[in-house]
Design a protein around this ligand. Sequence first.
Ligand SMILES: [Fe+2]
Length: 386
Amino acid sequence: MIILGLWDGHDAGAALFVDGTLVAAVNEERFTRRKLEVAFPLRSIGVCCDLAGVRPDQVDVVAACTTDVAKTLARALPATKEAYYQIRRRKASPGRWMAARKRAKYRLTEWPPNAASRALSAALLRRAIRHAGLTRARLRIYDHHECHAIAAALASRFDACAVLTLDGVGDGLSSTVSTFSDGQLVRIAATPARHSLGILFEHVTNLLNMRELEDEGKVMALADHASPVPDADNPLIELIAVADLRFATAHPGHALMPILRRLLWHYPNEQFAAMAQRALEHACVRMAREVVARTGLKYLALAGGVASNVKVSRRIRLLSEVSDVFVFPHMGDGGLALGAALLAAREQGQRTTIPIDDLGGREPREAAQEATDRLMAEIARLEATL
Ligand SMILES: [Fe+2]
């Protein structure tokens, strides 16, 4: 049984399972040399098939995800996706109506899937996979957050855990809480897309003149350059509430930008970054505490773009009521292809194996170790000269 997962949005990619074992997973940016590529992952599909020694027409099932209205429109009109990519990466000018277009985009991404968007997404994906030579494959489409969650749950190796997706938006939701035990993933709560921590942090990134969906980690790092701000003096904390395993932002995502802009005026950039980082940590820690209290599960698996914030996951890990935290290595949308393929494999009754230690391959790991060793040697040399 050959199952190919694919993701055709931000950080597009593919993953291939043969008889339940992950053989290859790769993202399109590696081949197009465009960071966080958004184009249909034709090259990734070809490379996955080559690595597995199979032809595209031998693939039995193609697994994809996300059928919300915004994603479906992006599939139908790929030129809009490319235009946004060019502007987001500062390769093209935003034009006069950018602020209004962005507001409209944020509103649109809040819409959940409906019957029309599901049908149109399926038709567009069928056409694309035929074009990719996957002529025999059946198409299965899954929920965005379920793909994030199953990848985190299965890769965690925890026998039982709570699974949190902390995300921007996808299929009308921004965050979910699930339990995972006896191999079963059960969603117990979900936060609507309009109350999104990811979008809030995306706005902060933008207001600091950095690139959304890419530079959020730099905002996290910038926060370290600020003097600490007491929580009582941080109005951003008040923007996010946590109740009943759901986040609630004080205003919908599309309306947060002007409020954040007004707040930013009062603070230096690094101070504002620190306040946003603290607000994010505060909300996620409260959520983690509530999850452990409600489910009784002390092991947590995290995925979704916000889970890339290492200070957030560290704070959760340090909670006395949490025994361990696993963050799925490709926690952003680039990992959705693997999640979709896992769901399809389980649906086909396959026992799945993810050789997680091999993700990325031996050579990149050795190269990373060599680079670290060189860096440490250089630091030691510099220290000796001081
Ligand atoms: Fe996502």
